[in-house]
Ligand binder design. Structure first.
Ligand code: NAP
Length: 275
């Protein structure tokens, strides 16, 4: 049987890296793409012969075209696209600049759109394909100080939910992978903006939010869900990818929005008024 191939964005660390290694161990060809091909980013892949590294910045259309063409040249076909690259802008909305917001959308939304568009002719020609996307629990729920990040992931959820209709007749399936907090470089790479008028609120809330990462699952937990989504032959759109995400989605389904929102706020606003 021919080996299947997965094309992953943002494979230099975290969920993308763990997924590349997991699929490599399962015998898949893996096109692990990343912005920088430094020794530090690539050395962990050296012991996996089925993983090949390609350079790709999702905000750069030329680099997308080149990566897709190089991957197809190497593997002849791609079975699964995993749109995973992303980062978070955080802090009070009023403190964010237009440039910071656009950059956040360029990566988390427009980058995914551009990579997906570049892959569709290939998937249509072979009359099959699976498009997986790392959205977030924050793509269906909201959290204080994450209004811009949440809006990119809500947009991604909506975009992919709508896209699935028009791709169905080409046998192209869309699936969203939805983790809550995961222990990766994500938390270290949060681009945090501040405004003195919000400092009292923002510092406490961000402190409490980051405390939630202490017991967060590893990226390997998400990689297994990605593998399930790639191989279960189901046309299911949403895959909550960590236990915390499953609980949060259940409570959101169960509770009136106002109560759910108060619960989210009290979780991260605790001790806010203590000296
Ligand atoms: N960790 C969490 O708590 C969490 C929760 C929910 C959803 N997510 C989502 O999960 C995805 C993966 O994040 P992670 O947790 O694995 O964090 P991570 O360890 O920081 O990995 C993020 C990856 O995205 C890459 N990336 C960022 N901008 C890029 C660009 N313009 N072009 C190509 N690659 C780019 C990073 O590359 P560089 O190394 O070059 O920066 C890195 O490989 C993201 O979409 C994130 O929003 C994470």
């Amino acid at each position: 049987m021919t080996k299947k191939t997965i094309f992953i964005t943002g494979a230099s660390s975290g969920i993308g890296k763990a997924t590349a290694i997991y699929f490599g161990q399962k015998g898949w060809n893996v096109a692990a793409t990343m912005r920088e091909l430094t020794k530090e980013q690539t050395s962990d892949f050296e012991k996996y012969p089925s993983i090949t590294i390609f350079k790709l910045d999702v905000t750069d259309k030329e680099s997308i075209e080149k990566a897709v063409s190089d991957i197809l040249q190497k593997f002849s076909q791609i079975d699964v696209l995993f749109n995973n690259a992303g980062y978070s802008l955080a802090g009070a909305f009023e403190a964010t600049t237009d440039e910071q917001i656009r950059k956040q959308f360029e990566t988390n939304l427009f980058g995914v759109m551009n990579v997906t568009r570049a892959m569709l002719p290939h998937f249509r020609n072979k009359k099959s394909g699976i498009i997986l996307n790392t959205t977030s629990s924050g793509g269906l729920l909201t959290f204080p100080l994450y209004s811009v990040y949440n809006s990119t992931k809500w947009a991604l959820e909506g975009f992919m939910e709508a896209l699935q209709y028009e791709l169905k007749s080409f046998n192209i399936v869309v699936k969203n992978i939805e983790p809550a907090t995961v222990k990766s470089e994500f938390v270290n790479n949060i681009s945090f903006v501040s405004n003195p008028d919000y400092d009292h609120y923002a510092q406490k809330v961000q402190h409490n939010t980051l405390a939630g990462y202490k017991n967060a699952p590893t990226p390997g937990v998400v990689a297994k869900i990605v593998y399930t989504a790639a191989t279960d032959n189901r046309s299911k759109l949403r895959y909550p990818a960590t236990p915390q995400a499953r609980v949060a989605f259940f409570l959101r389904w169960l509770l009136p929005l106002k109560i759910f929102n108060n619960m989210v706020a009290s979780g991260v606003e605790k001790e806010l008024h203590n000296k």
